[in-house]
Design a protein around this ligand. Structure first.
Ligand SMILES: Cc1ncc(COP(=O)(O)O)c(C=O)c1O
Length: 264
């Protein structure tokens, strides 16, 4: 609950005959607790596909996120830790999966171009975007260190406030703090809208935490999640927001945001 990541205690209860894979999302840059997830996956013969869109460079027990599962997916969208503007990357150590991904990416040409063996896609990354990505990669350590430094500074300024929860970093994790998220607690739980508007009035933009998949209209229409409850996800969505978190933040700006929260 405190990381916002998948609850490994609940996970096994959700597995049915139809389940093919477990898809842990390393939310806001904090790794999921992968060992129990991998153990459950092995027991039930399931794939593990990590959503590492927000977790470039994060570590789980010293191991790099992206190397722990069957496939790990990263985003290089403009607001990510490193970016190519749009695009992403899937990592796998499984040769068969790699071959299949390459096929699907490139219109399912097998031996000859323009002969399609199944429905494929054009998900190719252009050389220009790849060049931007490689240049970004040279700076990744610096960018992650900046995000961690900013998060530690926010922590220092906000940790005395008893009406908010600040992000955690579990003993097994290196959090890359893609976003610095807080949740409101106690009597202030219902005050998110007022806080958001108050900060907006001071020129400080925030974003709501994600809405749970069980609330997404597309899945409701597909008949999924009916009668199921995900109270932790709902609480996080209702009480959570993230503060300005980009690597370009200045200490002065972090101080201004923290001061505004305190004055609220
Ligand atoms: C957790 C998570 N998964 C997936 C995505 C989608 O990534 P993309 O926009 O590159 O498709 C994002 C992007 O914000 C994300 O944060």
């Amino acid at each position: 609950m405190d990381t916002g990541n998948i609850d490994v205690e609940q996970l096994e209860k959700k597995i049915t005959k139809k389940t093919k894979a477990i898809l842990p999302v390393h939310i806001y840059g904090h790794p999921c607790d992968m060992d129990p997830i991998i153990k459950i996956a092995k027991k039930h013969r399931l794939y593990v596909v990590e959503d590492a869109a927000e977790a470039h460079g994060a570590l789980y027990k010293g191991r790099i996120i992206g190397s722990l599962s069957d496939v790990a997916c990263f985003s290089f969208y403009a607001n990510k830790i490193i970016t190519t503007g749009e695009g992403g990357m899937a990592l796998t150590s499984n040769r068969k999966i790699a071959e299949r991904l390459r096929l699907l990416k490139n219109l399912s040409f097998v031996k000859r171009r323009f002969i399609h063996h199944e429905i494929g896609f054009n998900y190719r990354m252009t050389n220009i975007h790849a060049a931007i990505g490689l240049a970004q990669l040279e700076n990744i350590d610096k960018l992650i260190n900046l995000r961690r430094k900013h998060a530690h500074f926010y922590n220092k300024l906000l940790k005395g406030l008893d009406w908010i929860n600040i992000p955690v970093e579990k003993s097994y994790a290196k959090n890359v703090y893609w976003m610095y998220g807080i949740t409101l607690k106690g009597k202030m739980r219902n005050k998110k809208k007022s806080l958001v508007n108050y900060l907006k009035g001071k020129g400080i933009e925030t974003r709501d935490f994600f809405t749970g998949m069980h609330k997404q209209p597309v899945f409701r229409k597909m008949g999924l999640f009916h009668g199921e409850r995900y109270p932790n996800t709902d609480i996080l969505a209702a009480t959570g927001l993230y503060l300005p978190s980009g690597s370009g933040l200045k200490e002065k700006e972090i101080r201004t945001v923290a001061q505004a929260i305190k004055s609220f």
